[in-house]
Design a protein around this ligand. Structure first.
Ligand SMILES: Cc1cc2nc3c(=O)[nH]c(=O)nc-3n(C[C@H](O)[C@H](O)[C@H](O)COP(=O)(O)OP(=O)(O)OC[C@H]3O[C@@H](n4cnc5c(N)ncnc54)[C@H](O)[C@@H]3O)c2cc1C
Length: 511
């Protein structure tokens, strides 16, 4: 019988504890033993507060209880992201976790919408998205299980306090056998000929040996970068934001079931409502604004009293050329970061962990499995990259240098092809692997101001007046159903109240 693989996880942020929880939650002790090293003194990034619906699959796969996790991490529900001032100043659209409309005559809804548009009937496409209409009214309920019901056409994710989510997963993982080691790693020992990782040395002098090392040390990339010298591919040419200021503020009355992203002069500002506070941050490009000006912009755009000083963060958009190198697998920020615009980092952690579970090795080094892991992660990163670039590139703002720069920078070929297909006749590539599905692309194309010049010929097979009647009826049906949905704040209070949830503070005047 093969002996269990000794896994050493370096780092205990979201990446470290998600990895530990999944390994001990899914793999039996005869397959692996898990030890995790983290340093309280170094701490974690702790700003990953918005997630994607896929996190529910992760939690379910490892056996996390939703209301328990939500209460423990002061979580709220998330139906999508609102983008304000992105395509042009004054614009607003939501990228929802759900579909727009329903197919008729075997043709996607947006093709009928495009046909109506070209016939001089410009419908607001967002009125046909159940989750967007719910977002506008701060309402939430679980999607219906009947696939025929309009109430089943969406999904949801969470906003949570990243420190508390990591703490919750720590409790979960430790209860199932993961062993935590407190302290700082000061050295990594490599095999003199083969170059694989043999052990890490703690500040205390303790040496921790293992078979497989997960580098979850964040931007430091202690093992994959510093010790193994793994390459990093930068994507700053297309994604120029490289800094952020983050600050929490008091919870306000606006308890939205969505993240808000407001475009600003040199980047964008996030707003994430939690049960005990609201998370805020300004993600910006240091080439276009100073840190002081960015902090001032952030602090003057909060909708509650600031609860701390703004915290600066620095990053470079890009990813490791190989996340699995020798016997080290980088997960989380150590493997790359594409800025938080579409809340994709925790998703990328989840995908890496799930891929690792499927490809879990029997031996210390297995290049075939490593190659497959890297191939899968390349696809994921590149899909996310193109989707993010679309937000920056497709803008008509003329009020600030960053936006002109992004519009004028030629996007990667893979994105140019997608844009051409959509603007030509509304077609959206549906790929098997990776984020994002066609409804997401549709929301951002239209939201950023790209309109299809044509539509699928098949759409002409339905009589036009029938299509118009169906559109009017669907719009009314969605509006009526959403009006009966519970209020988001009340839903959270009933389902997963946190012990330290606070009642909303009055909004600041002028905010
Ligand atoms: C501005 C910003 C906003 C973000 N917003 C979102 C979001 O909304 N949604 C989302 O999905 N993601 C978001 N992210 C990304 C998200 O924060 C990270 O993906 C997530 O927190 C995982 O981080 P990590 O665990 O890889 O690293 P970290 O949180 O940095 O954890 C690193 C761990 O390694 C340990 N460590 C480091 N060095 C040593 C050492 N020498 N010895 C021992 N231990 C060590 C640290 O103590 C820590 O435990 C955001 C990131 C940034 C920068």
């Amino acid at each position: 019988m093969t002996k269990p693989i000794d896994v050493v996880i370096v780092g205990g942020g979201t990446a470290g504890w998600m990895s530990a929880a999944a390994l001990v939650g899914v793999l039996k002790p005869n397959i692996c033993r898990v030890r995790l090293i983290e340093s309280e003194e170094i701490g974690i990034v702790g700003v990953g507060e918005a997630t994607l619906p896929q996190i529910r699959d992760f939690n379910e796969a490892i056996g996390v209880s939703e209301p328990e996790m939500m209460a423990a991490s002061n979580a709220t529900f998330k139906l999508g992201i609102e983008f304000r001032d992105w395509g042009f100043k004054g614009s607003s659209y939501v990228h929802p976790f759900g579909k727009h409309g329903e197919p008729w005559g075997g043709v996607a809804f947006h093709q009928h919408w495009a046909r109506a548009l070209q016939a001089g009937r410009p419908y607001e496409i967002q009125d046909f998205s159940y989750p967007i209409v719910a977002c506008r009214q701060n309402r939430f309920e679980f999607p219906a299980s009947d696939p025929e019901a309009i109430e089943s056409t969406y999904s949801y994710a969470y906003h949570f306090d990243a420190h508390l989510y990591a703490k919750y997963l720590r409790g979960f993982a430790e209860a199932r056998g993961a062993q935590r080691i407190e302290g700082k790693v000061v050295d990594v020992a490599l095999h003199p000929e083969r170059g694989e990782v043999l052990s890490v040395t703690m500040q205390s002098g303790e040496v921790i040996a293992g078979d497989l090392f997960l580098d979850c040390s964040g931007f430091r990339a202690l093992v994959i970068g510093q010790a193994l010298g793994g390459g990093f591919e930068e994507w700053t040419k297309w994604l120029p934001c490289d800094r952020a200021m983050a600050v929490p503020c008091a919870r306000s009355d606006d308890f939205s079931p969505y993240t808000r992203s407001t475009a600003r002069e040199a980047g964008w500002q996030w707003r994430i409502p939690l049960q005990h506070r609201t998370g805020n941050g300004y993600v910006y490009s240091s080439a276009f604004i100073s840190d002081e000006a960015a902090a001032a912009t952030l602090m003057s755009n909060l909708d509650g009293a600031a609860l701390a000083d703004p915290r600066p963060l620095r990053f470079t958009a890009g990813r490791r050329t190989a996340s699995w190198l020798k016997n080290c697998v980088a997960i989380g920020l150590a493997s790359g970061f594409l800025e938080p615009l579409e809340s994709t980092s925790i998703y990328l952690i989840q995908v890496a962990v799930m891929n690792l579970l499927r490809l879990f090795p029997r031996a210390r080094v297995d290049p075939v499995l490593a190659d497959e892991f890297n191939r899968l992660m390349d696809v994921e990163y590149e899909r996310v990259r193109d989707f993010l670039i679309l937000h920056y590139h497709a803008n008509t703002r003329d009020d600030a240098e960053l936006w002109r720069h992004c519009r004028e920078t030629e996007p990667p070929d893979s994105l140019q092809e997608k844009i051409a297909l959509f603007t030509h006749r509304g077609q959206i590539e549906a790929y098997k692997d990776g984020l994002f599905a066609p409804p997401s692309w549709l929301a951002v194309y239209v939201g950023q101001g790209l309109a299809p010049r044509g539509y699928e010929r098949l759409a002409d097979s339905l009589p036009f007046d029938q299509v118009i009647r169906s559109m009017d009826a669907l719009r009314s049906r969605i509006a009526d159903r959403v009006a009966a949905m519970p209020d988001h704040a009340r839903f959270v209070q009933g389902y997963c109240p946190a012990a330290d949830a606070v009642q909303p503070a009055p909004a600041l005047s002028g905010a």
